[in-house]
Design a protein around this ligand. Structure first.
Ligand SMILES: Nc1ncnc2c1ncn2[C@@H]1O[C@H](COP(=O)(O)OP(=O)(O)O)[C@@H](O)[C@H]1O
Ligand SMILES: [Mg+2]
Length: 633
C-alpha cells in the first residue's frame, strides 16, 4: 500500500459521486426543459428593482455590518486561542494563570459576539418590517389602481398571496438572507486568511475540496430554483381555490357538493405536498453531500497532520504541531458550514427572486384607466348625461353595446329595461368609467368623461346595486365609507330619508352595531336600505340603481319605493328595475335588446307604440291580475 492510498480512496469516492451527480443532472435537465414559466427576469434586474426599497434604510444596514464584523471575530479568533491552550497544557508545570487569562479573553470575545448578534438581529428585524410594510403598501395601492377589466382577470387568492407571502419573502431576502450571506462571505474569507497564516499546505489541501463543493452547489441551485417555483405556484393555487370556495361555501353546502369540493381541494393539497416533498428531496441530497465533503476533508487533515506530526514535517516542509491540528480541526467546520449555508441561502435568494418576479408581474400591469395629463377636476356637476354612438366590448370582437345613444337632462329619472344580458349594467358601469369604451363618446355636462379626473368623476355618482357590499366594521363606518366626516345627526337624517332608521333604531348598538364580513348579519333588504343611506349621505348629483329593488319583501319594497320617490328630487337618477311599476313615472324609459336601443319614451308613449315595452307591460300586468284573482278566490 502506498503512502497516500487513503487519500486516493477519499478522492475516488468523491469522484464517483461527482460523476453520478453530473449524469443525473444532465438527464434531468433535458427532461425538465419543457417546464416553462410565464416570465424569466434576470437576477440582476430583480435586484435593481428591489434595492430602492432597502435604500432609505442604508444607515441601519451599515450598523448591521459593523455589528456583524464584531460578531464574526469569535469564529476566527476562537480556534487560534484553542490551539494555543494546548501549548499551555504541554508545559511541565500547568500554567494556571496563563490558562485563566486565555479563558477570560475567550469569554470576552464570546460575549462581544453574542451581544453584537443580538443587536444585529433587532436592527435587522425592525428594518425588515419597515421594508415589508412599504412594499405591501405599494402593492396594495397599485392593485387599487387597476381597472375592473384587469381585476377581473386575476383571482383574488392570487392577489392575497402576492400581498402576504411574496412580500414577506422579499423582506426576508433583505434581512435574513442577504445579510447572512455577507456574514458568511466574511467568515469564509477570515477563516481562510487565518488558515493560510497557520499552515498554507493544509489550507491548500482543504481548498482541493472547494471545486466539488462549487459544482454540487451549481447543480443544486438549478434544481432548487425549480422546486421553489413549483412550491410557490402550488401555494398560490391553494390560496386561490380557498378564497373562492370559502366565499361560496354556503352554495357548496346547499348543493351537497362538499365531497366533490373536498376532492378538488385534496388534489390541490396533494400538489403542494408533492412540491414540498421534492423540495425536501433536493435538500436531502445536497446536505449529506456537503457533509461528506466535510468529513473527507477532516479525514485527510487527520491523516496528513498525523503523518506530519510523526515526521515533524509535511511533504512541502512546513512543521506541524499539535496546536496546528486543533486549530485546523476547528477551522474546517467553520469553513464548510458557511459555504454550505451560503449555497442554501443562495437558493432562498432564488426563492425570494421568484416572489419578486411574481410581485413585479403585478407591478408591471399598467393601470389601464388613468387620468389624462390635463384631466380636469369637477367640483360640481349638473347631472346631464349623454351617450353618443357608444360601442363597447369586454372581450375584443364581441360587442356588448352597439351604437348606443341617449340623452339625460339634469335631475331627470331615466329607466333602462330589457332582458338579462342586454347590456343595462354595462351602460351604468360605463358612466362611472369602470371600463373605457372603444368607440363613441360619453359626456357628463357636455364634457367627455375621459377628460375628467376619475376620482373627481366618481365622487358625483352614487351607486346602489343589487348585491350590496358591506365591509366588516359598523353601520356607521359602512354608511360614511369615504374620508369625509359626518355628524351623527347627518347620518340619522340620511337614514330617516331612506327609511333605514326603523331597523337601525331597533339594533342594540344603533349606528355602532357591528357589521360582519359582507354584512351577512343583515337581511338583503336591510343591506339595500343601508346602501341607500350611504348614497344619500354623500348627496351625489347622479344616482344609479341597478336592480336594487329586486329580491326584496313587499314591506321593505314599499319603504324603498317611498325613498326612491324622495331621492328623485336630489339629482339625476338612472334606474334598472324588472318591476315596471317601479319605473312607470320615469321621465324616459329606454328599452334595450342585445346592446341596441329598441324603444325610447315615457311610459304612456311606449304603451301607445304597442311595441316590445307594451308586450312586457301587459305580460306583467296580466301576471299581477292572475295573482290577485288567485288570492281573492
Ligand atoms: N366582465 C365581463 N366580461 C365579459 N363579458 C361580460 C362581463 N360583464 C358582462 N358581460 C357580458 O355583457 C353582456 C351584458 O351584460 P350586462 O350589462 O350585465 O347585462 P344586463 O345588466 O342587462 O343583464 C352579457 O352578455 C354578459 O355576458
Ligand atoms: Mg344587470
Amino acid at each position: 500500500m502506498g503512502e497516500f492510498t487513503p487519500l486516493y480512496i477519499v478522492g475516488g469516492i468523491i469522484g464517483a459521486f461527482t460523476v453520478l451527480f453530473l449524469a443525473a443532472y444532465i438527464t434531468l435537465k433535458k427532461k425538465k426543459a419543457a417546464v416553462t414559466f410565464d416570465r424569466n427576469v434576470p437576477d440582476r434586474e430583480i435586484m435593481a428593482r428591489m434595492l430602492p426599497y432597502a435604500k432609505p434604510y442604508w444607515k441601519s444596514f451599515v450598523l448591521v455590518l459593523v455589528l456583524m464584523l464584531l460578531a464574526i471575530a469569535y469564529d476566527i479568533v476562537s480556534p487560534l486561542l484553542m490551539g494555543d491552550i494546548e501549548d499551555v497544557v504541554q508545559k511541565d508545570s500547568f500554567a494556571l494563570r496563563s490558562l485563566y487569562l486565555r479563558v477570560a479573553v475567550y469569554a470576552g470575545i464570546l460575549i462581544i459576539s453574542l451581544v453584537s448578534t443580538y443587536f444585529q438581529s433587532i436592527v435587522l428585524q425592525k428594518t425588515g418590517q419597515r421594508i415589508l410594510s412599504n412594499l405591501r403598501q405599494d402593492l396594495f395601492t397599485h392593485i387599487e389602481s387597476l381597472s375592473h377589466n384587469q381585476l377581473n382577470q386575476i383571482p383574488v387568492g392570487k392577489l392575497v398571496t402576492r400581498v402576504t407571502n411574496d412580500t414577506n419573502a422579499i423582506s426576508m431576502m433583505f434581512t435574513n438572507i442577504l445579510v447572512n450571506m455577507i456574514r458568511n462571505v466574511f467568515v469564509i474569507v477570515g477563516v481562510l486568511a487565518a488558515m493560510l497564516f497557520l499552515n498554507y499546505e493544509l489550507t491548500l489541501m482543504i481548498l482541493c475540496f472547494i471545486p466539488f463543493l462549487v459544482l454540487f452547489t451549481v447543480i443544486f441551485r438549478t434544481f432548487t430554483r425549480r422546486v421553489f417555483r413549483t412550491v410557490k405556484d402550488r401555494t398560490t393555487d391553494i390560496n386561490t381555490y380557498l378564497s373562492e370556495n370559502l366565499s361560496g361555501i354556503k352554495i357548496t353546502q346547499i348543493f351537497n357538493r362538499e365531497d366533490a369540493k373536498l376532492q378538488e381541494f385534496l388534489q390541490k393539497s396533494e400538489g403542494l405536498k408533492k412540491a414540498k416533498r421534492n423540495q425536501m428531496f433536493v435538500f436531502g441530497i445536497f446536505r449529506p453531500m456537503v457533509y461528506m465533503l466535510y468529513i473527507s476533508s477532516v479525514l485527510c487533515l487527520f491523516y496528513l497532520c498525523g503523518r506530519g506530526y510523526i515526521r515533524q514535517t509535511t511533504f512541502l516542509g512546513q512543521t506541524i504541531t499539535g496546536a496546528t491540528l486543533v486549530s485546523f480541526y476547528m477551522f474546517i467546520s467553520r469553513f464548510f458550514n458557511p459555504i454550505q449555508t451560503l449555497a442554501e441561502q443562495f437558493n432562498q435568494l432564488q426563492s425570494a427572486f421568484a416572489s419578486a418576479e411574481k410581485i413585479f408581474t403585478i407591478f408591471d400591469l399598467e393601470p389601464e384607466l388613468v387620468d389624462e395629463p390635463d384631466a380636469i377636476e369637477l367640483d360640481h356637476i349638473e347631472g346631464e348625461i349623454e351617450f353618443k354612438d357608444v360601442w363597447f366590448s369586454y372581450v375584443p370582437g364581441e360587442w356588448v353595446l352597439k351604437g348606443v345613444s341617449f340623452h339625460v337632462k339634469p335631475k331627470e329619472t331615466v329607466a333602462f329595461v330589457g332582458s338579462t344580458g342586454s347590456g343595462k349594467t354595462t351602460i351604468l358601469s360605463l358612466i362611472c368609467r369602470n371600463y373605457d369604451i372603444q368607440k363613441g363618446q360619453i359626456l357628463i355636462d357636455g364634457i367627455d368623461i375621459r377628460h375628467i379626473k376619475i376620482s373627481s368623476l366618481r365622487r358625483h355618482f352614487g351607486q346602489m346595486l343589487q348585491d350590496v357590499f358591506l365591509f366588516s366594521g359598523t353601520i356607521r363606518s359602512n354608511i360614511v365609507l369615504r374620508e369625509e366626516s359626518f355628524t351623527d345627526e347627518e347620518i340619522w337624517q340620511a337614514c330617516r330619508y331612506v327609511n333605514a332608521d326603523h331597523f337601525i333604531d331597533k339594533l342594540e348598538g344603533g349606528l355602532d352595531e357591528v357589521v360582519r364580513e359582507r354584512g351577512n348579519n343583515f337581511s338583503a333588504g336591510q343591506r339595500q336600505l343601508l346602501s341607500f343611506a350611504r348614497t344619500i349621505l354623500h348627496r351625489p348629483e347622479v344616482m344609479i340603481l341597478d336592480e336594487a329593488t329586486a329580491n326584496i319583501d313587499t314591506e321593505t319594497e314599499i319603504l324603498i319605493q317611498d325613498s326612491l320617490e324622495k331621492m328623485k328630487n336630489i339629482g339625476t337618477m338612472l334606474i334598472v328595475a324588472h318591476r315596471l311599476s317601479t319605473i312607470q313615472h320615469s321621465d324616459n324609459i329606454i328599452l334595450l335588446s342585445h346592446g341596441v336601443i329598441r324603444e325610447q319614451g315615457t311610459h304612456q308613449e311606449l304603451l301607445h307604440q304597442k311595441g316590445r315595452y307594451y308586450q312586457l307591460y301587459t305580460l306583467q300586468f296580466n301576471e299581477q291580475q292572475r295573482a290577485l284573482n288567485q288570492k281573492n278566490a
